[in-house]
Design a binder for this molecule. Sequence first.
Ligand SMILES: [Zn+2]
Length: 48
Amino acid sequence: MEVLYACCEHVEVAIDDYVNEKEEAPQITKVQNQKCCYCKEDAEYEIK
Ligand SMILES: [Zn+2]
């Protein structure tokens, strides 16, 4: 797992998953034209 994409509904889940795996705080940036890793919605955030 290098980069997670999340919609506004799943961004907190994505941050939790990131922290659990990497054990460090992620950088969160706004993105367009990506799909959420947790549902079929368009992603709003990149977590890496
Ligand atoms: Zn989602």
